[in-house]
Design a protein around this ligand. Sequence first.
Ligand SMILES: Nc1nc2c(ncn2[C@@H]2O[C@H](COP(=O)(O)OP(=O)(O)OP(=O)(O)O)[C@@H](O)[C@H]2O)c(=O)[nH]1
Ligand SMILES: [Mg+2]
Length: 278
Amino acid sequence: MMDIHWFPGHMTKSLRMMSESVKNVDLIFYVVDARAPKSCINPAFSPIIENKKIIFVLNKADLIPDDMADRWLKYLKNVGNDAVAINSTASKTSVPLIALAKKLCGDKIERYKAKGINASIRAMVIGVPNSGKSTLINNLCGKASAVTGNRAGVTRGKQWVRISDHFEVLDTPGTLYPKLSDKTAAKRLAFIGSIKDEVVDKSELAYLLIEDLISIDPQILENQYKIKITEDLNLVMSDIARSRGYIMKGNRPDLDRTCIAVIDDFRKGKLGKICLDR
Ligand SMILES: Nc1nc2c(ncn2[C@@H]2O[C@H](COP(=O)(O)OP(=O)(O)OP(=O)(O)O)[C@@H](O)[C@H]2O)c(=O)[nH]1
Ligand SMILES: [Mg+2]
């Protein structure tokens, strides 16, 4: 099974920073990637955020089937959380999130107003790397205030961004588990780009990905690459290589290139709307 070597020291520091920041906020936007919501829920966050108001943001909902988004929202609500599904890349989609935040924390504004003070609701955005925290912030404020990018570790430090007269949001660097002992979560976090590509073996990752996809529905790969799924994953990968025309000298399939392409296709949503965590 794939071993992921990364930098737990760095993540321990992020968690420490997070526990400091939590003291100064009224509310937490807990951003999870809709393609793997369960894997994005970081057990290391729990002790830090207990006693805080939390809204789960099922982000990248455009990349999964609508019924899966509904089921995840229902699940998160059933276990006692507020939750909304959004596509942060489409403008103004965070309007319901702002309304919900005001509903949960609006009394603060009123309390301060009564004392003649102009207060703001302060929310903090947390989540694993690449889940779309900074994109959500830009959506909330309606302009590109935070730097975004389709890889882990784009945001390096925390940054307060003003959304409106009575609303401020804190962007934070993505935070992973201090120990990724949950292997299923680890591989799925790697599929969705939450773990730096430099620390995973992309070939191994691609085989794990096609295995996962086949177990969800063999048609995902069959339809996209016009191949027939068999038990033999090497054969499946060779067929994908041929289908994409990745052939080397001597008519050999270029498997390295194919592995990178499959991961890329999945990340770009070219394999269709897929939720890995059921
Ligand atoms: N399709 C889709 N893509 C999204 C959505 N939200 C963010 N993205 C993309 O996901 C990638 C990562 O977004 P960021 O906002 O940089 O993610 P982050 O959580 O701030 O990442 P770190 O700062 O590295 O922790 C970017 O390529 C975004 O365009 C969404 O709702 N739907
Ligand atoms: Mg960011």
